[in-house]
Design a protein around this ligand. Structure first.
Ligand code: CTP
Length: 401
């Protein structure tokens, strides 16, 4: 969930400032971009060099850049860049200034400029933490929709035991992960995606296949995870890595795909059939390699089951079903026929007449046709962006449901 997120980590003047190193390391490991702001006081506890090395970005401390060059650090731009503003550790002094709206440091000015959610992990001695002023300040920050990552109990720098220790870095990072997971538009939705070609065996060394690379289905799976969904990806034989967080089931043939979908379909809220399924399969499969003999070789083929049609016929109430149509002529008419026949909510049409669309490319150009007879044309885009367009159509349908 943190992958690709922009996070500002504001470090203030507490002995717990050293724990910022672990927070940065964990965020970066999970794929976030991290920019660190330090207050002057925090620089006495840990060096900016350490935090800039770990975060792979310059650490920001003052409004004006060092060296009297007249350049300044833009707190407004930085605030708008961020998906989350995390203050860890947050001292009692910083909490008070965040409440009153002081802007006498670069950190506080950025806090006031940021429009993203704020996460505050306080750290202080137990009596400071228990003090009514601190409690009141935390309550006011909560009332303004800040998220408080409460301190933990244990030995404090003063030698006393009690509440006030900065939450452990892994708990801070999992708090953020949980937040992002729960605030996504497809959170709680289970999505089944089919992808790639099928291979229909002729004998142990030969098969009938097609040019599908699986890229579109895999891009959909990756984006759906980023939007908070639980994703099961049923993949034909492709050379692609499973996106992080996706449950993958590998299949070879149209028959395998049908068996898996019969088991999985009813467990899912949304089904996207992006697989290029063979329509015919050899009637007989030789158990040994067929040797070269006559000049001609006729292979008898039989029709496979239409997996998507089966899912359309067994569609649950409130389930969304999305299909693909790859067409070379009479595109809209043919795709609309499939939409109706397979009982789909919408169909994604690829025309092979459009350059850069369809198999193998990293790009695709689609038209979405809905069961309400809407036709939405999109430009040629990277498959990742196309995936987002398709998923946003699903988000919209889920919203009006
Ligand atoms: N599909 C499927 N099972 C099949 C064939 C197709 O589930 N045996 C699905 C595909 O995953 C796609 C949609 O049906 O989402 C349309 O596939 P396409 O190959 O374009 O159409 P077909 O129905 O096979 O018709 P035709 O090949 O005649 O165009």
């Amino acid at each position: 969930m943190i992958n690709g997120k922009n996070i500002i980590l504001a470090v203030t003047g507490s002995i717990a400032a050293y724990k910022a190193t672990y927070i940065i390391r964990d965020l970066i490991k999970l794929g976030a971009s991290v920019k660190v702001i330090m207050t002057d006081a925090s620089c006495g506890f840990i060096t900016p060099l350490t935090l800039s090395t770990l975060s792979k970005n310059p650490v920001l401390i003052d409004f004006v850049k060092k060296g009297n060059t007249g350049e300044w650090n833009n707190h407004v731009e930085l605030g708008l860049w961020a998906d989350a503003f995390l203050v860890a550790p947050a001292t009692a002094n910083t909490l008070a200034k965040m409440v009153t709206g002081h802007a006498d440091s670069f950190m506080l000015a950025t806090y006031l400029s940021a429009k993203c959610p704020t996460f505050i992990a306080p750290a202080m001695d137990l009596d400071m933490y228990k003090h009514g002023s601190t409690k009141d300040n935390l309550q006011k920050l909560l009332d303004r929709n800040s998220h408080i990552i409460y301190p933990e109990s244990g030995e404090l720098a003063s030698g006393l035991e009690g509440e006030g220790r900065l939450a452990e870095p892994e708990n801070i990072v999992s708090f953020l992960s949980k937040y992002f997971r729960e605030s996504q538009p497809l959170t709680g939705k289970k999505i089944l995606i089919t992808a790639g070609p099928t291979h229909e065996p002729i004998d142990p060394v030969r098969f009938i296949g097609n040019h599908s690379s699986g890229k579109m289905g895999f891009a959909l799976a990756k984006k759906a995870i980023n939007l908070g969904a639980d994703v099961t990806l049923v993949a034909g034989p492709v050379a692609l890595q499973t996106p992080k967080g996706v449950t993958r089931i590998d299949i070879q043939t149209a028959k395998d795909l049908l068996e898996v979908c019969k088991l999985e379909a009813e467990k899912h809220d949304v089904i996207i059939a992006a697989a290029a399924v063979a329509d015919y399969t050899p009637k007989e499969v030789s158990s040994t390699k067929v040797k070269k003999k006559a000049d001609d070789w006729n292979i008898e083929l039989v029709k496979t089951h239409d997996v998507l049609k089966w899912m359309g016929d067994h569609k649950k109430e409130a389930q969304l079903l999305v299909g693909f149509a790859l067409e070379t002529n009479n595109e809209v008419e043919n795709a609309n026929k499939k939409l109706v026949k397979k009982n789909l909510d919408f169909i994604v049409l690829n025309s092979l007449q459009n350059k850069g669309a369809g198999f193998k490319h990293d790009t695709n150009q689609i038209t979405i046709l809905t069961k309400e007879n809407k036709k939405i044309d999109f430009e040629l885009k990277a498959k990742d962006e196309v995936a987002l367009d398709i998923l946003m159509q699903i988000v919209e349908l889920e919203r009006v449901k």
